[in-house]
Design a protein around this ligand. Sequence first.
Ligand SMILES: CCCC/C=C/CC(=O)SCCNC(=O)CCNC(=O)[C@H](O)C(C)(C)COP(=O)(O)OP(=O)(O)OC[C@H]1O[C@@H](n2cnc3c(N)ncnc32)[C@H](O)[C@@H]1OP(=O)(O)O
Length: 394
Amino acid sequence: VAMAYLAWRLAQRWWPSSLQVISFPVVQLHLNRTAMRASQKDFENAVNQVKLLKKDPGNEVKLKLYALYKQATEGPCNMPKPGVFDLINKAKWDAWNALGSLPKETARQNYVDLVSSLSSSLESSSQVEPGTDRKSTGYETLMVTSEDGITKIMLNRPTKKNALNVEMYHEIMHALKAASKDDSAITVLTGNGDYYSSGNDLTNFTDIPPGGVEEKAKNGAILLREFVGCFIDFPKPLIAVVNGPAVGISVTLLGLFDAVYASDRATFHTPFSHLGQSPEGCSSYTFPKIMSPVKAIEMLVFGKKLTAGEACAQGLVTEVFPDSTFQKEVWTRLKAFAKLPANAMRISKEIIRNREKEKLHAVNAEECSVLQGRWLSDECMNAVMNFLSRKSKL
Ligand SMILES: CCCC/C=C/CC(=O)SCCNC(=O)CCNC(=O)[C@H](O)C(C)(C)COP(=O)(O)OP(=O)(O)OC[C@H]1O[C@@H](n2cnc3c(N)ncnc32)[C@H](O)[C@@H]1OP(=O)(O)O
């Protein structure tokens, strides 16, 4: 009974705002529409359009989209049926399987129709948000702007406290690679809303692939290694503007930044033991070096949450500002930095950081391998279940 309850709660968390979207208009599927045939191009446009939807269309519609997409691209469902407790994949499988032998072309047309009705009934985010420039388009989870010699990468899931979902990991890597090549002098990472970031999105654990939890853990470790590697290799000055509380991986990565400016509202929390997990982001190496082994253990093993002042005293934060003047003071300073000769800054960073790079990559690989094992542990699974079933928070 307990397992079924947890699985049910897990399912409730799938596309977590499900409970808020029940009142969305029910979208009509024109399954028999034959008058117009959607081209492959129309279909691709519709797939892109879905990514631009600003509001969550609800689980029912997302299941239909999923099923039609699979039918249109792969044909009838011939995957093995997921296990009874794998509710998320089972719901997806059921939706796809229900389409039976619907021809690919009809599925494609129905997908295009569905997206078109969604786009008119739900607000689309294709409009650029005020205060962002052209370069911010194309990201779902970030706002990326580039002006005054500064590329700003803003984590943009404020209603989820900027938790890093899989898409955000990929988008940050993409944004960092683009920033390393653009003509900006420095790059800044910050958060939208009251949090800098609440760390790894714990719902990442719920989408189990056909290969099961082992495959999930393996994929997670590969993603994490590549993600952290982008920070190790980033060639320009990389600055964190920590606008509010930071948790988990958003804290550990700070050891790889070149400057960390924090609001006095920010806190720094790495509750890995509470979550049955272990340190990542090279923090098992950088934190003891930055703050001494015993202070690092307080944070990384015992989960001590530091205030911004304490993090500054430990050397993790460069400087703390009152929240009321934080943005103004920090951005004035960053604009001045960005006027310094860009090549000189890059070369100086290189000479300071390069001799550590090989070591950092080795540490990263080891941390990911250890974490892969941790994700399969009962300790970790129970902690994630407890959060997802709303039994616990940090
Ligand atoms: C593949 C690479 C893996 C790398 C591994 C990294 C390890 C880590 O990063 S460990 C850290 C993981 N993070 C957490 O454990 C934080 C969990 N969140 C919380 O404890 C609380 O949400 C909070 C203390 C951060 C904030 O509490 P508050 O009461 O202010 O707000 P909430 O109502 O809880 O949050 C609003 C909304 O956001 C969702 N949310 C927040 N953080 C996460 C998260 N990390 N993962 C998933 N969802 C998160 C929260 O559930 C709420 O959603 P709903 O409005 O839909 O209920």
